[in-house]
Design a protein around this ligand. Structure first.
Ligand code: GLC
Length: 833
């Protein structure tokens, strides 16, 4: 082992600022002078005291951490799932002439002796990811660390995906991005950064994928060949260079492994996957009741209604405006009788008001964020003077959680919506706190530079804990705006304050797909657009996209701004101003109301399927939404496709995203795909022109799928379904698909009360068989199952269900429909001899 002093390679007086000279040091690793192996860890030190630790967590997940003398050495991470368990890995390690070599059963790596570069290969020796200059750090006496960076090769043709929330096309190549949670009201395509930070990307190199997760909460920057020099890099303004290399070879594997590392949420209540209605804001109480009644009168399914900021008493979080809502408990319970869950907004800014209990408690207990010298930070958000809890302190989180007692335990609120938690600050250019605000950071005190990006995530964590504590038998639904990598464990996301435009419809899809492949499957956009009013056509197309996004919420800023100003000046009545900005599914006239109703009904038909996809996300980290390139990364056309996507494993969606469009040119990846509407089958690896009139959304089911369809209800828990419908699509090859069921609420599923059915479709020249294997102790409520057999090329002579012959049903437009017990195990359709 060698010297302990960092060698400053380029020590110099910074002459760029001669009034305040600073001492700058730049570090690039020199020659490796020592190495050490400790079970699943390798440690290398260079002549200039850079230390690299390589830790192998699984054969596919390898962590690299670079240190210099004086660094904070701690394994603490908000992002890594506390339940993540590293595996025992057979790590091979050898020293060669110019380099060290290490390998797991799946990945090989080398570390160069000359300058500590690290290169990764797959187990067949194919290059995956190569350092260019590798590690670099710049620091100065006055500012401390100002840049830590890793530079890698980005050979021509490599593509880059993920990075959480970027309003940009799928492939990030050619651009640089920043992660710094920002209140990005009315953002446009290309604006960066947005509301949340996920410093994780996946790369596709020669058909093989790998991922990089840079576990650093400071402002991070990612560049993907931005200067067209075939170099990529990731860097931050502080902290430690600590990143994970995640092996593929498939893009979906990379997301799954990343999600395993950073965690998943628990199963949501079934209702949370229904349709949600929001606006800024529904008030007074009579308006909320009218809204609920209109949904039921018009027979438009809806499960949730939101109360935005105006329900509060002068924006005091955890209070009610008792003039607008004199008896919230009764209102919530009446809404619940009608099948509506109520979701309320909770913001982090606590109004400065000595008579307000939240402010008093926070002040007494020193729960608010302070400046370095101890002063409490006061800044304008909705109230013109707010203080802000330091959610990075465990006691503050406990306290914040305790504030939910009344909402959860007394009022039986079903969902919470955390907003403005970037944290957003009004009236300042930075839109947030100054960098020198102090945070506890769970026992690792630091400045806002380090805590900014996890502030919202820790608020969500506190909210979720409080919700669960105060209503432990009910599954919580929490929505947050800001978040960080790993925050998917706590809350669903929406893509923030978008605009009612056709480009934003595309963006809503791109952003939701991107978040989904970045570990956040529970996502969606403000359907219809938050800012401005959509045309009827745009609104309908947005609903059609929204039924395939796990969070399906219509939201708009409503009459605020212009309307509110007019109301204030008493130019118009409140409701008059509101009507102009209404965005409920019925406001565009009867024609559109009917179309919109049938779209929302389709979402309710697909709920079993979505719930099962959610189950797979929770079990395996499998993203619910995926771009086509994630379905077949070796298919160039699929990789290039930007609008179509996979919804779960078995549905391909070709959404209409352009004005006036009534057909889509859809590219079908490998396999055969049945149009859900017509049952027409399309061959994969081809483009087809597909009709898409305004009232229809083109989507396709993969051959061999058994697609569960739920009865349409006005809300998910309206009644026990009488029937489960299964569409079984013929396939020549053997295909498996699953159906996950449980009570849709509560936690009995954790004690085995669930039912996971694996359907297998198999066909030969003489028969098509569907087998159903089941596990779990849940008995679904419906007494019968109806199977629709679709696409059968045979001319059937007989049907056998569990070995028993049944009358052959008449085919209707090529589909054979028969009813069987929900516990059937095998169904066979036999060809005429
Ligand atoms: C923010 C939110 C938006 C909300 C509004 C009022 O702009 O992003 O969804 O309606 O604040 O609370």
């Amino acid at each position: 082992m060698s010297g302990t002093e960092p060698q400053e390679e380029n020590k110099a007086i910074d002459e760029t600022n001669d009034r305040k000279p600073d001492i700058i040091s730049r570090h690039r690793p020199g020659r490796v002078v020592s190495h050490e192996r400790l079970e699943q860890q390798l440690i290398f030190k260079t002549e200039n005291s850079v230390e690299l630790q390589i830790r192998v967590h699984t054969p596919d997940i390898i962590q690299l951490t670079y240190f210099l003398v004086g660094d904070v050495r701690s394994d603490f991470s908000y992002a890594i799932n506390p339940d993540f368990e590293p595996e025992d890995v057979d790590l091979q390690f050898e020293e060669d002439e110019g380099y060290f070599q290490f390998s797991t059963s799946r990945v090989n790596g080398i570390v160069t002796k000359k300058n500590l570069l690290v290169h990764f290969f797959d187990s067949d020796g194919n290059m995956l990811c190569e350092d260019q200059h590798g590690f670099y750090r710049r620091e100065s006496l006055m500012k401390g660390i100002s840049e830590i960076k890793v530079t890698k090769q980005a050979p021509a043709g490599d593509r880059f995906y993920g990075l959480g929330d970027k309003a940009y096309e799928h492939n990030l190549r050619g651009r640089a991005f920043e992660n710094w949670n920002t209140d990005a009201y009315a953002y446009e395509r290309g604006d960066d950064p947005l509301y949340r930070s996920v410093p994780f990307y996946a790369a596709l190199h020669n058909g093989r994928a790998y991922g990089i997760f840079f576990d650093n909460t400071y402002r991070t920057r990612f560049s993907f060949d931005r200067r067209e020099n075939n170099i990529s890099s990731f860097s931050s303004e502080g902290g430690v260079m600590n990143y994970y290399f995640i092996n593929g070879p498939d893009l979906t594997d990379v997301t799954e492994r990343y999600t395993r590392l950073t965690g998943v949420p628990e199963m949501p209540p079934m209702w949370a996957l229904g349709y949600h209605q929001c606006r800024w804001s529904y008030y007074p109480e009579s308006r909320v009741r009218e809204l609920a009644e209109t949904f039921r009168d018009k027979r438009i399914p809806c499960d949730a209604i939101y109360l935005d900021i105006d329900y509060m008493d002068d924006y005091r979080t955890f209070t009610w405006d008792t003039e607008l809502f004199p008896d919230p408990g009764t209102m919530i319970s009446d809404l619940s009788e009608q099948g509506f869950e109520t979701i309320v907004m909770i913001n982090p800014g606590v109004k400065v008001d000595e008579d307000y209990f939240v402010f008093q408690q926070g002040l007494e207990n020193n729960y608010f964020c302070t400046r370095p010298d101890g002063e409490i930070v006061i800044a304008p958000v909705w109230p013109s003077q707010c203080t802000f809890p330091d959610f990075t302190h465990p006691d503050v989180r406990d306290w914040w959680g305790s504030l939910y007692e009344d909402l959860m335990a007394e009022k039986n609120i079903s969902g919470i919506w955390n907003d403005m938690n970037e944290p957003a600050v009004f009236e300042v250019e930075s839109k947030t706190f100054p960098n020198d605000i102090r945070h506890h950071f769970d026992g690792h005190p630091c400045s806002h530079k380090k805590a900014h990006n996890i502030y919202g995530m820790q608020m969500a964590r506190a909210s979720l804990d409080g919700m669960k504590k105060h209503n432990p038998d009910k599954r919580p639904f929490l929505l947050t705006r800001a978040n960080f990598a790993g925050g998917q464990r706590y809350a669903a996301l929406w893509t923030g304050d978008n605009i009612a435009s056709w480009d934003h419809l595309k963006l809503a899809n791109e952003q939701s797909l991107r978040l989904s492949i970045s570990g956040y499957s529970f996502v969606g956009s403000d359907v219809g657009g938050f800012v401005d009013k959509p045309s009827p056509e745009l609104f309908t197309r947005w609903l059609q996209l929204g039924i395939f996004h796990p969070l399906f919420r219509n939201h708009t800023m409503g009459y605020n701004v212009d309307g509110a100003a007019a109301v204030k000046k008493e130019e118009v009545e409140l409701r008059e101003a509101q009507i102009d900005a209404d965005q409920e599914p019925w406001i565009f006239g009867d024609k559109y109301t009917d179309i919109n109703r049938s779209i929302i009904e389709l979402r309710y038909r697909l709920l079993h399927y979505l719930y099962t996809a959610f189950y797979k996300y929770v079990q395996e980290g499998r993203p619910i939404l995926r771009p086509l390139g994630y379905y077949d990364q070796r298919d160039e056309q699929a990789v290039e496709e930007s609008n179509e996507f996979l919804f779960g494993d078995h549905i391909l969606v070709a959404p209409v995203l352009d004005k006036g469009q009534t057909e889509v040119e859809a590219y079908f990846p490998k396999g055969r795909w049945y149009d859900f509407r017509s049952n027409r089958c399309y061959k994969g690896k081809h483009k087809h022109t597909i009709p898409a009139p305004l009232e229809e959304v083109p989507f396709f089911v993969k051959e061999g799928t058994v697609l569960p369809l739920r009865e349409v209800m006005q809300y998910t828990g309206e009644r026990d379904p009488e029937l489960l419908e299964l569409n079984a699509y013929y396939s020549k090859s053997q295909v498996a698909s699953q159906l996950y069921e449980d009570a849709g609420e509560g936690y009995e599923y954790r004690d085995g009360k669930y039912r996971l059915t694996t359907f297998t479709v198999k066909s030969s020249a003489e028969r098509m068989t569907i087998t159903a294997e089941r596990e779990g102790a849940y008995s679904p409520p419906y007494p019968k199952t109806r199977i629709n057999i679709i696409g059968l090329p045979l001319e059937p002579s007989a049907v056998q269900v569990d070995g028993e012959e049944k009358p052959l049903p008449e085919a209707s437009r090529g589909t054979y429909t028969l009813e069987v017990s929900p516990d059937f195990q095998q169904l066979a359709i036999l060809q005429k001899k």
